[in-house]
Design a protein around this ligand. Structure first.
Ligand code: ATP
Ligand code: MG
Length: 380
Protein backbone atom coordinates (compact mmCIF):
# COMPACT_ATOMS: atom_id res chain seq x y z
CA UNK A 1 0.00 0.00 0.00
CA UNK A 2 2.80 2.38 0.99
CA UNK A 3 4.50 1.58 -2.34
CA UNK A 4 1.37 2.53 -4.29
CA UNK A 5 1.06 5.77 -2.29
CA UNK A 6 4.66 6.57 -3.05
CA UNK A 7 4.12 6.01 -6.80
CA UNK A 8 1.06 8.26 -6.76
CA UNK A 9 3.02 10.95 -4.92
CA UNK A 10 5.94 10.77 -7.37
CA UNK A 11 3.50 11.00 -10.27
CA UNK A 12 1.78 13.95 -8.64
CA UNK A 13 5.06 15.71 -8.07
CA UNK A 14 5.96 15.28 -11.75
CA UNK A 15 2.62 16.77 -12.81
CA UNK A 16 3.10 19.71 -10.44
CA UNK A 17 6.53 20.30 -11.92
CA UNK A 18 5.14 20.24 -15.48
CA UNK A 19 2.42 22.70 -14.51
CA UNK A 20 5.08 24.88 -12.98
CA UNK A 21 3.32 24.88 -9.60
CA UNK A 22 6.10 24.33 -7.11
CA UNK A 23 3.89 24.02 -4.01
CA UNK A 24 0.91 21.88 -3.12
CA UNK A 25 0.07 24.20 -0.23
CA UNK A 26 0.47 27.96 -0.10
CA UNK A 27 0.64 30.41 2.81
CA UNK A 28 -2.86 31.69 3.54
CA UNK A 29 -3.93 35.13 4.63
CA UNK A 30 -7.34 35.10 6.27
CA UNK A 31 -9.58 38.01 7.28
CA UNK A 32 -7.93 40.83 9.34
CA UNK A 33 -10.20 43.47 7.78
CA UNK A 34 -11.04 44.90 11.19
CA UNK A 35 -7.39 45.04 12.29
CA UNK A 36 -6.26 46.58 8.99
CA UNK A 37 -8.92 49.24 9.24
CA UNK A 38 -8.03 49.97 12.90
CA UNK A 39 -4.37 50.43 11.91
CA UNK A 40 -5.40 52.71 9.07
CA UNK A 41 -7.39 54.81 11.54
CA UNK A 42 -4.33 54.99 13.76
CA UNK A 43 -2.11 56.45 11.03
CA UNK A 44 -4.85 58.74 9.84
CA UNK A 45 -4.96 60.50 13.22
CA UNK A 46 -2.22 62.96 14.09
CA UNK A 47 0.28 60.98 16.19
CA UNK A 48 -0.50 61.29 19.89
CA UNK A 49 0.31 57.95 21.49
CA UNK A 50 2.45 54.85 21.08
CA UNK A 51 0.53 51.81 19.85
CA UNK A 52 1.46 48.56 21.60
CA UNK A 53 0.39 45.54 19.57
CA UNK A 54 0.27 42.42 21.69
CA UNK A 55 -1.09 38.92 21.24
CA UNK A 56 -0.13 35.29 21.80
CA UNK A 57 2.78 33.63 20.05
CA UNK A 58 2.26 33.42 16.27
CA UNK A 59 -1.06 35.23 16.36
CA UNK A 60 -0.12 37.03 13.14
CA UNK A 61 1.18 40.36 14.46
CA UNK A 62 4.13 40.63 12.08
CA UNK A 63 2.14 39.36 9.09
CA UNK A 64 -0.57 41.92 9.84
CA UNK A 65 1.97 44.74 10.09
CA UNK A 66 3.52 43.79 6.75
CA UNK A 67 0.12 43.55 5.10
CA UNK A 68 -0.79 46.93 6.53
CA UNK A 69 2.44 48.53 5.32
CA UNK A 70 1.97 47.06 1.87
CA UNK A 71 -1.52 48.62 1.66
CA UNK A 72 -0.71 51.96 3.23
CA UNK A 73 2.38 52.51 1.08
CA UNK A 74 0.18 52.25 -2.00
CA UNK A 75 -2.41 54.65 -0.65
CA UNK A 76 -0.45 57.37 1.11
CA UNK A 77 2.90 59.06 1.35
CA UNK A 78 4.49 57.25 4.29
CA UNK A 79 8.05 56.66 5.33
CA UNK A 80 8.52 53.35 7.15
CA UNK A 81 11.35 52.42 9.45
CA UNK A 82 11.05 48.88 10.74
CA UNK A 83 13.19 47.45 13.50
CA UNK A 84 12.97 43.68 13.80
CA UNK A 85 14.53 42.81 17.14
CA UNK A 86 14.46 39.08 16.42
CA UNK A 87 17.71 39.64 14.56
CA UNK A 88 19.99 39.15 17.56
CA UNK A 89 20.19 42.14 19.80
CA UNK A 90 23.14 41.90 22.12
CA UNK A 91 24.54 45.36 22.56
CA UNK A 92 21.55 47.67 22.64
CA UNK A 93 23.31 50.91 21.68
CA UNK A 94 25.31 49.52 18.74
CA UNK A 95 22.55 47.29 17.43
CA UNK A 96 20.06 50.10 17.70
CA UNK A 97 22.34 52.34 15.64
CA UNK A 98 22.94 49.60 13.10
CA UNK A 99 19.24 48.94 12.65
CA UNK A 100 18.04 52.50 12.40
CA UNK A 101 21.00 54.23 10.79
CA UNK A 102 22.44 51.35 8.79
CA UNK A 103 25.80 52.38 10.13
CA UNK A 104 27.79 49.32 9.11
CA UNK A 105 26.31 48.67 5.72
CA UNK A 106 25.83 52.20 4.48
CA UNK A 107 24.02 52.65 1.18
CA UNK A 108 22.63 49.12 0.96
CA UNK A 109 18.92 48.62 0.73
CA UNK A 110 17.45 47.18 3.89
CA UNK A 111 15.80 43.83 3.41
CA UNK A 112 12.28 43.22 4.58
CA UNK A 113 10.30 40.00 4.88
CA UNK A 114 8.04 41.13 2.06
CA UNK A 115 9.74 42.42 -1.07
CA UNK A 116 6.90 44.84 -1.85
CA UNK A 117 7.50 46.93 1.26
CA UNK A 118 9.91 49.77 1.28
CA UNK A 119 11.79 50.04 4.54
CA UNK A 120 14.15 52.91 5.15
CA UNK A 121 16.85 54.18 7.48
CA UNK A 122 17.45 57.48 9.12
CA UNK A 123 19.66 59.32 6.68
CA UNK A 124 23.00 60.46 7.99
CA UNK A 125 26.21 61.46 6.29
CA UNK A 126 29.67 60.20 7.23
CA UNK A 127 30.46 63.08 9.59
CA UNK A 128 27.24 62.64 11.60
CA UNK A 129 27.83 58.89 11.64
CA UNK A 130 31.26 59.46 13.12
CA UNK A 131 29.87 61.82 15.74
CA UNK A 132 27.13 59.38 16.71
CA UNK A 133 29.58 56.50 17.01
CA UNK A 134 31.85 58.61 19.17
CA UNK A 135 28.77 59.64 21.16
CA UNK A 136 29.34 63.30 20.31
CA UNK A 137 25.96 63.56 18.56
CA UNK A 138 22.61 62.57 19.96
CA UNK A 139 20.94 59.95 17.72
CA UNK A 140 17.52 61.03 19.01
CA UNK A 141 18.09 64.55 17.69
CA UNK A 142 19.05 63.12 14.31
CA UNK A 143 15.87 61.03 14.28
CA UNK A 144 13.72 63.98 15.26
CA UNK A 145 15.26 66.17 12.53
CA UNK A 146 14.32 63.56 9.94
CA UNK A 147 10.76 63.26 11.26
CA UNK A 148 10.45 67.05 10.99
CA UNK A 149 11.80 67.06 7.45
CA UNK A 150 9.45 64.25 6.35
CA UNK A 151 6.45 65.97 7.94
CA UNK A 152 7.38 69.23 6.19
CA UNK A 153 7.31 67.36 2.88
CA UNK A 154 3.87 65.94 3.65
CA UNK A 155 5.18 62.40 4.31
CA UNK A 156 3.98 60.51 7.41
CA UNK A 157 6.82 58.92 9.37
CA UNK A 158 5.94 55.44 10.71
CA UNK A 159 8.38 53.75 13.03
CA UNK A 160 7.83 50.11 14.00
CA UNK A 161 9.62 47.98 16.54
CA UNK A 162 8.71 44.32 16.19
CA UNK A 163 9.46 41.42 18.56
CA UNK A 164 10.14 43.67 21.56
CA UNK A 165 10.29 40.55 23.74
CA UNK A 166 13.81 39.94 22.35
CA UNK A 167 15.03 42.70 24.67
CA UNK A 168 13.57 41.02 27.72
CA UNK A 169 16.78 39.46 29.07
CA UNK A 170 19.01 42.46 28.34
CA UNK A 171 16.44 44.72 29.94
CA UNK A 172 16.21 42.73 33.14
CA UNK A 173 19.91 41.94 33.50
CA UNK A 174 21.67 45.12 32.52
CA UNK A 175 21.08 48.51 34.12
CA UNK A 176 22.78 50.48 31.35
CA UNK A 177 20.73 48.83 28.62
CA UNK A 178 17.57 49.30 30.66
CA UNK A 179 18.31 53.03 30.87
CA UNK A 180 18.84 53.20 27.12
CA UNK A 181 15.60 51.36 26.37
CA UNK A 182 13.75 53.65 28.76
CA UNK A 183 15.35 56.66 27.04
CA UNK A 184 14.17 55.28 23.71
CA UNK A 185 10.62 55.01 25.02
CA UNK A 186 10.74 58.50 26.45
CA UNK A 187 11.84 59.69 23.03
CA UNK A 188 8.85 57.87 21.51
CA UNK A 189 6.54 59.62 23.98
CA UNK A 190 8.09 62.95 22.98
CA UNK A 191 7.60 62.16 19.27
CA UNK A 192 3.96 61.13 19.71
CA UNK A 193 2.20 62.68 22.68
CA UNK A 194 4.22 65.91 22.74
CA UNK A 195 5.48 66.71 19.23
CA UNK A 196 2.87 64.70 17.23
CA UNK A 197 5.56 63.97 14.65
CA UNK A 198 5.69 60.20 14.05
CA UNK A 199 3.54 57.12 14.34
CA UNK A 200 5.18 54.63 16.64
CA UNK A 201 4.05 51.00 16.74
CA UNK A 202 5.58 48.39 19.02
CA UNK A 203 4.71 44.69 18.77
CA UNK A 204 5.42 41.80 21.11
CA UNK A 205 4.13 38.36 22.03
CA UNK A 206 5.28 38.81 25.63
CA UNK A 207 2.53 40.80 27.29
CA UNK A 208 4.31 40.47 30.61
CA UNK A 209 7.43 42.21 29.35
CA UNK A 210 5.37 44.83 27.52
CA UNK A 211 3.70 45.56 30.80
CA UNK A 212 7.04 45.88 32.60
CA UNK A 213 8.41 48.33 30.04
CA UNK A 214 5.10 50.15 30.07
CA UNK A 215 5.16 50.61 33.82
CA UNK A 216 8.87 51.44 34.08
CA UNK A 217 8.76 54.05 31.32
CA UNK A 218 5.70 55.72 32.79
CA UNK A 219 3.85 55.17 29.54
CA UNK A 220 0.39 55.25 31.03
CA UNK A 221 -1.78 57.79 29.25
CA UNK A 222 0.82 58.03 26.47
CA UNK A 223 0.06 54.74 24.82
CA UNK A 224 -2.61 52.31 23.79
CA UNK A 225 -2.69 48.52 23.80
CA UNK A 226 -4.11 46.67 20.80
CA UNK A 227 -4.61 42.92 20.77
CA UNK A 228 -4.06 40.78 17.68
CA UNK A 229 -5.50 37.40 18.54
CA UNK A 230 -5.83 34.04 16.81
CA UNK A 231 -8.62 33.78 14.22
CA UNK A 232 -12.29 33.50 15.17
CA UNK A 233 -14.15 30.24 14.58
CA UNK A 234 -16.14 31.55 11.60
CA UNK A 235 -12.92 32.60 9.83
CA UNK A 236 -11.27 29.26 10.51
CA UNK A 237 -14.31 27.42 9.12
CA UNK A 238 -14.36 29.64 6.04
CA UNK A 239 -10.67 28.85 5.46
CA UNK A 240 -10.93 25.11 6.06
CA UNK A 241 -14.02 24.67 3.92
CA UNK A 242 -12.34 26.53 1.04
CA UNK A 243 -8.83 25.14 1.00
CA UNK A 244 -8.24 25.69 -2.68
CA UNK A 245 -9.19 29.37 -2.44
CA UNK A 246 -7.06 30.22 0.60
CA UNK A 247 -4.26 27.65 0.67
CA UNK A 248 -4.19 26.52 -2.98
CA UNK A 249 -4.70 22.94 -1.80
CA UNK A 250 -6.28 20.83 -4.54
CA UNK A 251 -5.43 17.36 -3.27
CA UNK A 252 -8.19 17.12 -0.66
CA UNK A 253 -11.21 18.92 0.77
CA UNK A 254 -12.52 18.91 4.34
CA UNK A 255 -16.06 18.27 5.54
CA UNK A 256 -17.64 20.54 8.12
CA UNK A 257 -17.07 17.83 10.73
CA UNK A 258 -13.35 17.61 9.83
CA UNK A 259 -12.99 21.40 9.99
CA UNK A 260 -14.73 21.36 13.39
CA UNK A 261 -12.21 18.78 14.66
CA UNK A 262 -9.29 20.98 13.62
CA UNK A 263 -10.88 23.98 15.36
CA UNK A 264 -11.43 21.85 18.44
CA UNK A 265 -7.74 20.89 18.51
CA UNK A 266 -5.89 24.13 17.71
CA UNK A 267 -8.59 26.83 17.61
CA UNK A 268 -7.70 29.82 15.46
CA UNK A 269 -3.93 29.42 15.67
CA UNK A 270 -2.94 29.87 12.02
CA UNK A 271 0.52 28.42 12.16
CA UNK A 272 -0.80 25.26 13.78
CA UNK A 273 -3.67 25.02 11.27
CA UNK A 274 -1.18 25.28 8.37
CA UNK A 275 0.95 22.63 10.02
CA UNK A 276 -1.98 20.23 10.40
CA UNK A 277 -3.09 20.85 6.81
CA UNK A 278 0.36 19.91 5.59
CA UNK A 279 0.09 16.53 7.31
CA UNK A 280 -3.29 15.77 5.77
CA UNK A 281 -1.63 15.08 2.40
CA UNK A 282 -0.31 11.85 3.86
CA UNK A 283 -2.35 10.83 6.91
CA UNK A 284 -6.03 10.57 7.90
CA UNK A 285 -7.31 13.51 9.96
CA UNK A 286 -8.04 11.63 13.20
CA UNK A 287 -4.53 10.23 13.25
CA UNK A 288 -2.97 13.64 12.56
CA UNK A 289 -4.97 15.35 15.32
CA UNK A 290 -4.32 12.55 17.79
CA UNK A 291 -0.57 12.77 17.19
CA UNK A 292 -0.67 16.54 17.38
CA UNK A 293 -2.31 16.55 20.81
CA UNK A 294 0.16 13.90 21.97
CA UNK A 295 3.05 16.05 20.81
CA UNK A 296 1.75 19.08 22.73
CA UNK A 297 1.21 16.94 25.82
CA UNK A 298 4.86 15.88 25.47
CA UNK A 299 5.93 19.53 25.30
CA UNK A 300 4.04 20.31 28.51
CA UNK A 301 5.57 17.27 30.18
CA UNK A 302 9.06 18.30 29.06
CA UNK A 303 8.50 21.85 30.29
CA UNK A 304 7.27 20.74 33.71
CA UNK A 305 10.01 18.15 34.12
CA UNK A 306 10.22 17.39 37.81
CA UNK A 307 9.14 20.85 38.91
CA UNK A 308 6.09 20.41 41.11
CA UNK A 309 5.54 24.15 41.30
CA UNK A 310 5.18 24.50 37.54
CA UNK A 311 2.72 21.63 37.75
CA UNK A 312 0.74 23.44 40.43
CA UNK A 313 0.51 26.58 38.33
CA UNK A 314 -0.67 24.72 35.23
CA UNK A 315 -3.18 22.66 37.23
CA UNK A 316 -5.22 25.86 37.65
CA UNK A 317 -6.11 25.64 33.94
CA UNK A 318 -7.83 22.29 34.37
CA UNK A 319 -10.80 24.04 35.92
CA UNK A 320 -10.72 27.40 34.16
CA UNK A 321 -9.58 28.78 30.81
CA UNK A 322 -8.14 32.05 32.11
CA UNK A 323 -6.68 32.99 35.48
CA UNK A 324 -5.73 36.03 37.51
CA UNK A 325 -2.72 36.26 39.81
CA UNK A 326 -4.82 35.51 42.89
CA UNK A 327 -6.06 32.22 41.36
CA UNK A 328 -2.56 30.75 41.70
CA UNK A 329 -2.10 31.68 45.35
CA UNK A 330 -4.47 28.97 46.47
CA UNK A 331 -1.84 26.43 45.32
CA UNK A 332 0.32 27.18 48.38
CA UNK A 333 3.18 28.87 46.49
CA UNK A 334 4.50 32.20 47.78
CA UNK A 335 3.61 35.35 45.77
CA UNK A 336 7.27 35.94 44.80
CA UNK A 337 7.61 32.36 43.54
CA UNK A 338 4.36 32.65 41.63
CA UNK A 339 5.51 35.84 39.95
CA UNK A 340 8.74 34.18 38.92
CA UNK A 341 7.00 31.03 37.66
CA UNK A 342 4.41 32.94 35.69
CA UNK A 343 7.07 35.09 34.10
CA UNK A 344 8.92 31.94 33.08
CA UNK A 345 5.77 30.35 31.68
CA UNK A 346 5.05 33.47 29.64
CA UNK A 347 8.64 33.77 28.44
CA UNK A 348 8.53 30.16 27.28
CA UNK A 349 5.30 30.82 25.41
CA UNK A 350 3.29 28.29 27.40
CA UNK A 351 1.05 30.92 28.95
CA UNK A 352 0.01 34.26 27.56
CA UNK A 353 -0.39 37.33 29.75
CA UNK A 354 -2.91 39.85 28.51
CA UNK A 355 -1.68 43.19 29.89
CA UNK A 356 -4.98 45.00 29.45
CA UNK A 357 -6.97 42.57 31.54
CA UNK A 358 -4.14 41.19 33.71
CA UNK A 359 -5.20 37.68 32.69
CA UNK A 360 -3.08 34.56 32.18
CA UNK A 361 -4.08 31.71 29.87
CA UNK A 362 -2.51 28.88 27.85
CA UNK A 363 -1.24 29.98 24.43
CA UNK A 364 -4.04 28.53 22.35
CA UNK A 365 -6.33 25.54 22.44
CA UNK A 366 -3.56 23.05 21.73
CA UNK A 367 -1.87 23.94 25.03
CA UNK A 368 -5.18 23.57 26.83
CA UNK A 369 -5.25 20.04 25.40
CA UNK A 370 -1.64 19.45 26.34
CA UNK A 371 -2.32 20.45 29.96
CA UNK A 372 -5.48 18.32 30.14
CA UNK A 373 -3.77 15.25 28.69
CA UNK A 374 -0.72 15.70 30.90
CA UNK A 375 -2.82 15.65 34.09
CA UNK A 376 -4.92 12.76 32.82
CA UNK A 377 -1.74 10.78 32.23
CA UNK A 378 -0.25 11.39 35.67
CA UNK A 379 -3.50 10.69 37.45
CA UNK A 380 -4.03 7.35 35.77
N1 ATP B 1 -4.24 36.30 8.68
C1 ATP B 1 -3.58 35.15 8.57
N2 ATP B 1 -4.14 34.07 7.96
C2 ATP B 1 -3.49 32.89 7.86
N3 ATP B 1 -2.26 32.67 8.34
C3 ATP B 1 -1.65 33.70 8.96
C4 ATP B 1 -2.27 34.98 9.12
N4 ATP B 1 -1.43 35.79 9.81
C5 ATP B 1 -0.35 35.05 10.07
N5 ATP B 1 -0.46 33.81 9.57
C6 ATP B 1 0.53 32.73 9.69
O1 ATP B 1 0.77 32.52 11.07
C7 ATP B 1 2.15 32.33 11.33
C8 ATP B 1 2.63 33.33 12.37
O2 ATP B 1 2.53 34.65 11.86
P1 ATP B 1 3.41 35.85 12.41
O3 ATP B 1 4.85 35.52 12.38
O4 ATP B 1 2.95 37.05 11.69
O5 ATP B 1 2.90 35.90 13.92
P2 ATP B 1 3.48 36.79 15.10
O6 ATP B 1 2.31 37.09 15.97
O7 ATP B 1 4.24 37.94 14.56
O8 ATP B 1 4.46 35.76 15.80
P3 ATP B 1 5.49 36.06 17.04
O9 ATP B 1 4.64 35.97 18.25
O10 ATP B 1 6.48 34.96 16.92
O11 ATP B 1 6.05 37.42 16.81
C9 ATP B 1 2.84 32.46 9.98
O12 ATP B 1 3.09 31.16 9.49
C10 ATP B 1 1.85 33.18 9.10
O13 ATP B 1 1.95 32.80 7.76
MG1 MG C 1 6.13 38.57 15.05
Amino acid sequence: MAGVDKKIRTCYNLIMKEKNEPYRQDVAFIDRDKELSDLRLFVNRRPSEILFIHGPKSSGKTTLLYKFLEQIQQEQKVDVKFMDLRETFTNVYDDFLKTFFNIETHGEKKESRASNINIGFFKIDASVEKKILEKRADPFKVMKAEFLELTRKGIKPVLIIDELQALDKIYLDNDKDRQLITALFNFFVAMTKQAHLAHIIIASSDGYFLNTVYNDSKLKKCSEFYKVDYLKKEDVMEWLLNLEKYSKIKDYTLTEADAGKIWDTVGGSMWEIQNILSHLFEEPIDEVLHLYKKKIKGMIEYYIGADIQKEKVLRVFLKQETARLRDFIAGGITPVEIDHLLQNLVRNNILYFDPTEALYYPQGKSYQWGIKLYFESIEK
